[in-house]
Design a binder for this molecule. Structure first.
Ligand code: SAM
Length: 334
């Protein structure tokens, strides 16, 4: 399937890549064969041997978030990541969803994903969190200044560090999460009766103003790769718990053998397929099996999962770059 995408989602150094592409400029299997047969890349492919100084062996979550906080302070103009104009083409259900559908954007940064969402669908309500209070303040200013219709009622940014916190209970309280979870664990014969009871319970809870009742969509766009691999399962489970049954998790992130992975110096390796940039922010490069294991392991059903392979040209030096991203769409079972 061909899609238009923006290459500005690239790594920080690749801001100047061309703007519009489709998703299959080359076959990922060909790239894989090339990389795996090239001796100059062999060190990237070896199992990772932690050393005593290796940062993956220490409690990482806090220092990972601190690195992002420093990153956002350094880029406080909020122009580092560009608006993802392709988002609604990539995930058309964000444009066609019901009025007042709720979206949670996790790791919102300066609003590259939030802006096209709010602009592209004026009936959508967007909750957005980040582990940096600075960027939560900044994204609010950016969105407030954007002249988008009824923005005050439709945009709700908040602080949350997903690798150490749960989402706030005003978003989905424990009782609502439990009811959502119970409805997943029923035997078929119980389903109809229990669904009626659950709808009644939910209706009563909602009437009592328990919470916002969870969300219809979660966007995880270049955020999961920033979280340590060993923390990812808990973070995804947390996403699962605030999503309404039938809700969708929309995923896009760095893919295995993306050019930026192969350009990392070996001392930046902090785990298998996991690297840390000089500023302390980390990046994991996903293969489809890892993404599948993570999301299906948390209870999701896979709807779409593929590599997007884009050839782009760096305008500064004319060099061609092979970018690989993973596109995924997962559903919480009804
Ligand atoms: C590469 S940016 C992507 C931003 C945005 N999703 C987009 O579409 O451009 C990653 C974002 O995730 C945030 N982040 C990193 N770790 C996080 C965590 N543990 N919890 C919440 N946000 C996190 C960072 O502060 C940063 O804003």
């Amino acid at each position: 399937m061909r899609r238009t995408v923006g290459a500005e989602e690239g790594d920080k150094e690749e801001e100047e890549a061309e703007a519009q592409y489709h998703s299959k400029d080359f076959e990922w299997e060909e790239l894989r064969a090339e990389v795996e047969n090239d001796p100059s890349f062999c060190q990237h492919l070896l199992p990772f041997q932690p050393t005593s100084t290796s940062s993956s062996s220490s409690p990482q979550a806090q220092s990972d978030s601190d690195a992002w906080k420093r990153f956002h302070i350094r880029h406080s103009a909020g122009k580092f990541f560009k608006e993802r104009r392709y988002l609604l083409k990539e995930f058309p259900e964000l444009a066609s969803c019901n009025e007042n559908s709720k979206v949670l954007e996790v790791g919102c940064g300066n609003g590259s994903t939030v802006l096209p969402l709010l602009r592209g669908n004026e009936n959508i309500i967007v909750y957005a969190c980040d582990c940096s209070t600075e960027t939560v303040e900044r994204v609010k200013e950016i969105i407030d200044a954007s002249n988008i219709i009824s923005i005050k009622q439709r945009f709700h940014p908040f602080y949350c560090d997903l690798s150490i916190n749960r989402f706030p209970t005003w978003l989905a309280c424990n009782q609502c999460r439990d009811i959502y979870l119970q409805s997943q664990h029923k035997s078929i014969s119980d389903v109809t009766m229990n669904n009626i009871m659950d709808s009644n319970n939910l209706y009563l809870l909602r009437e009592s103003g328990c919470c916002n009742g969870g969300v219809d969509f979660i966007t995880l766009i270049f955020t999961l790769s920033a979280i340590p691999l060993q923390t990812m399962p808990v973070s995804i489970k947390e996403c699962f718990s605030v999503l309404k049954p039938g809700g969708l998790l929309l995923f896009r992130d760095y893919g295995l053998y993306d050019m930026t992975m192969l350009r990392f110096e070996l001392e930046k390796r902090v785990g298998f397929r996991e690297y840390m940039r000089s500023d302390g922010t980390r990046s994991y490069f996903f293969c489809l099996d890892t993404v599948r294991d993570l999301f299906v392991g948390a209870g999701f059903t896979e709807l779409e999962l593929e590599y997007c392979c884009i050839k782009s040209v760096n305008r500064r030096n004319g060099k061609s770059m092979r970018r690989v991203w993973v596109h995924g769409k997962f559903q919480k079972p009804l």
